[in-house]
Structure formats: structure tokens, C-alpha cells
Design a protein around this ligand. Structure first.
Ligand SMILES: Cc1cc2nc3c(=O)[nH]c(=O)nc-3n(C[C@H](O)[C@H](O)[C@H](O)COP(=O)(O)OP(=O)(O)OC[C@H]3O[C@@H](n4cnc5c(N)ncnc54)[C@H](O)[C@@H]3O)c2cc1C
Length: 417
């Protein structure tokens, strides 16, 4: 096949689309607005520390990973299957004792949940491990909060564990995200490990890029408009195009046929990094702030995942709630809360703030995968991205795959005409 396929956007969906097209003999062209691939997966190196743009994790149980990533080559560091909960100046641990026997006693003793809650978590774990993904994504959606209440969880475990833990994943504090996403994420956590590549989250798209041998890349080339037979760059340059996959998550780039289901709202978050002279958590495990008025949602010593050559510590702090503080006030407030809620009284030095206004799309009717043909806008234009399914790396991969398969089918059908 020698049809020309442009892929606009070099995030995970665009890279997977290129992978699938290459596997079928095509040589796609990726056009990317920024200076590199990865989209929302970015890592900076500052003073020997790796700083991800926003705290995120790779869940090794995601089914599409095995197909597209060499996990071994990513040298994953795994988080321990639990959380340290900071509540009223004290810390306790809630963990999955079935996977780490050392967690049994501290989890039994933790007062972040009642005994009945702990049994319910165990039961839910069993139930969701056995529940197929297609059933999870076909059941009626309620909010995560309603779901937890219906399951009979106490306010104590909801406020001290579920709310801070899932706020850090859903990037919203109300637990208004669909129960389908809750079940999916819970299942993925239970079946695998939350992990991070040794070289930072950006190692994932870098690996995908390195394995593409027939794809060409054009960076720093933002597209202004996608027309029926041409693409206009923001620079004013116009080029002809044939098949095209829009992997930007911005359907409004299309001069026509823009789908009405475009996400209107995005969830935002902020991640602050602090160099720290000591640490209050000694293992690769997430810390949750169980205090409803706190701005900080969760913390993690990223240096436990990405060791610094001189052993320096780096603390990552995630803020999900909306506020009106400028950077200086925010840093002051976060330091105050770290002291009050986490007992961090050692020296910490603010290093970097990442503001991420478009972190996760707000989506309804979440799907696990796409039906064949559903990415197609017209005979030669296709749309992909995590916004088509659910906001996750797995969703982005599956959406990219389906868009490429739809392109291949359209090419075959045209050849038959
Ligand atoms: C803070 C944060 C935490 C997250 N946590 C997790 C997590 O723990 N686990 C998980 O599975 N997922 C998580 N996610 C979600 C995951 O990162 C996304 O689902 C995934 O990266 C989306 O990939 P994508 O290719 O669909 O979109 P994107 O990564 O957004 O890629 C779109 C690409 O298009 C480019 N582009 C945009 N406009 C144009 C234009 N006009 N012209 C040319 N190029 C353009 C962009 O520069 C970008 O490279 C998180 C995301 C964030 C931001």
C-alpha cells in the first residue's frame, strides 16, 4: 500500500495509529504541534531529577500494553499496593494484604476504615476481578460516590480513602466520575501494579516512537484547520492531504463534519515539586491527605521511583481542587499543609509547578473500545484520542488502534471499487 496517511498529533493515540499503519505496510506522517511526541506524557530533567508533567501512573494490567509496549525495556518501578493516609496529624496504611503480606497487620489496625469496610473492599476486589470489561462498560452509569454508597461503604472510608485516592485519578473532588471508570480502574489496580518507567513517564511515547521505522515526524507544526483535501498550518502554509487521522482530541479543527460529541470540558490539576531534605514516606507508595478542606490531594516522593544520582529527595504534590491562589500563595499554602497534615517539618525547597488545564476530558457514556467504523468522519478522515473512549492510556491506545484499522478498511474498500 502506498496511500498517504497524515496523523495530526503525536500523543499515545497518534503513535499507536502509526504503529498499526506501519504493521500493514504504510508509511504515515505524524504532524505534531509541540517539539516532541508524547502529548500529555512529558518528563523534564531538572538538577538531575525527573519531573513528570502531572502525577500519573502506568497500570500494568491495561490489556493493550502487552500488545504495544516492551514493559521490560521500560524498567518499571512498581508502587506498593496501598496508600499512606494522613488524617488529623497521624498516618496509617491501607493496603492490599493479598499481594503484600506485610500490609495485613497495619491494614487491620488502620482506623481509616471500619472492619466492615475492609471486608467490603475484599469482596469488591473479588467481584471486579471476575467481572469482564465489556460488562463493566455496559452497565448503567452512576457517579462513583453513589456507587460506593450503594455498596454500603461507610463515610469514614469514603472520606479517608476513596475520595482522596480517586480524586487523584479522576482529577475531580466530587467523585462524580462514572462508576464504569471506577470499576475499570479498581480492577486494573487489583490485577496489576501501578508503576512508572525508570526514565520517567515520557519513556512510554519515546519507546513507541523509537520502534516506528517508516513513520516520518514533523514537530513544531501546529495545524489550524483540516479541510476536505488540504491541511492548513497555523503558519499559513497549506498542504494537500489524502487520508487523515486527527489524533489531537480537538475535533473543532475540522472545517466540516466536526462531531457534536466533542468534549466541552476538561479537568485540570496542578503538580508541585519540592526538593526535600528528608522524607515522611520511605517506600514507593502514594500518600493521601484525608482532610476535606486541604488543597493538597496526594503526595509521592518521586525520588523513590526515579532515584537521584546523589540521593536527593524530590516530593511531588498534586492539587486537584479549584482555587484562586497565585503561584507564590499556592506554594506557601502547600508548604503549610505539608507541615500540618503530613508532619513534613524538614527543609523543603520549591522547584517547579506544572499547571495542567487540559488534563482529562469530562466524558459521559464511557466505553471500553470502539466499534469498527466509529472513528470515520468521511471517506478519508478519521478521529481518535482518549476522548473517544475513556481518559486513560489504555483508552488512548485502543482509540488509536481503531482509527488505523478504519483507515485500512477505507483504503481496501476504495481499492475494490
Ligand atoms: C495529570 C495527568 C494525569 C493522568 N493520569 C493518568 C493515569 O494515571 N493513568 C492513565 O492511564 N492515564 C492518565 N492520564 C491520561 C493519559 O495521559 C491520556 O489519556 C493520554 O495520554 C491521552 O493520549 P492522546 O494521544 O489521546 O492525547 P494527547 O496526549 O493529548 O495527544 C494529543 C497530541 O496532539 C497534539 N496537538 C494538539 N493540537 C494540535 C494541533 N492543532 N496541531 C498539531 N498537533 C496538535 C498535542 O500536542 C499532543 O501531542 C493522565 C493525564 C494527565 C494530564
Amino acid at each position: 500500500m502506498n496511500e498517504q496517511v497524515h496523523i495530526i498529533g503525536g500523543g499515545i493515540s497518534g503513535l499507536i495509529a502509526a504503529r498499526v499503519l506501519e504493521d500493514h505496510g504504510l508509511s504515515p506522517i505524524i504532524i505534531e504541534a509541540s517539539d516532541r511526541v508524547g502529548g500529555r506524557l512529558r518528563t523534564d530533567k531538572i538538577d538531575g531529577h525527573l519531573l513528570d508533567h502531572g502525577f500519573q501512573v502506568l497500570l500494568t494490567a491495561y490489556p493493550s500494553l502487552k500488545k504495544y509496549l516492551d514493559l521490560e525495556a521500560l524498567h518499571l518501578t512498581k508502587f506498593l499496593p496501598g496508600s499512606i493516609i494522613f488524617h488529623q496529624g497521624k498516618k496509617s496504611l491501607l493496603g492490599d494484604a493479598s499481594r503484600n503480606s506485610k500490609f495485613l497487620w497495619p491494614t487491620m489496625r488502620s482506623n481509616a476504615a471500619t472492619l466492615s469496610d475492609k471486608l467490603k473492599v475484599w469482596k469488591l476486589n473479588k467481584e471486579l476481578q471476575a467481572k469482564p470489561l465489556d460488562r463493566i462498560f455496559s452497565e448503567p452509569e452512576v457517579t462513583t460516590l453513589e456507587y460506593l454508597q450503594k455498596k454500603g461503604f461507610s463515610t469514614r472510608i469514603i472520606e479517608r480513602f476513596f475520595r482522596p485516592f480517586y480524586s487523584g485519578i479522576f482529577l475531580e473532588n466530587e467523585l462524580s466520575t462514572s462508576s464504569r471508570m471506577f470499576e475499570f480502574v479498581f480492577k486494573m489496580f487489583a490485577q496489576g501494579s501501578a508503576s512508572l518507567p525508570y526514565d520517567g513517564i515520557e519513556a512510554i511515547p519515546r519507546q513507541l516512537q523509537d520502534r516506528l521505522k517508516r513513520t516520518s515526524f514533523h514537530f513544531n507544526k501546529p495545524i489550524a484547520e483540516i479541510r476536505e483535501h488540504e491541511i492548513e498550518f497555523k503558519s499559513g502554509e497549506v498542504i494537500a492531504r489524502e487520508y487523515l487521522i486527527n489524533a489531537t482530541n480537538d475535533p473543532m479543527l475540522h472545517s466540516r463534519n466536526a462531531p457534536s460529541a466533542a468534549p466541552r470540558h476538561w479537568k485540570s490539576c496542578q503538580t508541585l515539586y519540592f526538593k526535600s531534605s528528608g522524607r515522611v514516606i520511605h517506600q514507593p507508595i502514594i500518600g493521601l491527605i484525608a482532610f476535606k478542606d486541604a488543597l493538597i490531594n496526594n503526595i509521592c516522593y518521586s525520588s523513590r521511583l526515579y532515584p537521584h544520582p546523589d540521593g536527593e529527595e524530590m516530593l511531588s504534590v498534586t492539587v486537584v481542587k479549584e482555587h484562586h491562589l497565585g503561584q507564590d500563595q499556592l506554594v506557601k499554602q502547600v508548604i503549610k499543609e505539608l507541615r500540618e497534615h503530613c508532619g513534613i517539618d524538614t527543609d523543603i525547597e520549591f522547584t517547579k509547578l506544572y499547571d495542567i488545564p487540559q488534563a482529562l476530558p469530562e466524558l459521559n457514556n464511557l466505553q471500553y473500545d470502539l466499534k469498527p467504523g466509529s472513528t470515520q468522519l468521511d471517506s478519508h478522515t478519521f478521529l481518535t484520542g482518549d476522548t473517544m473512549l475513556n481518559a486513560s492510556l489504555n483508552g488512548a491506545m485502543l482509540a488509536g488502534e481503531q482509527a488505523a484499522l478504519d483507515v485500512l478498511k477505507a483504503i481496501q474498500e476504495k481499492d475494490l471499487q
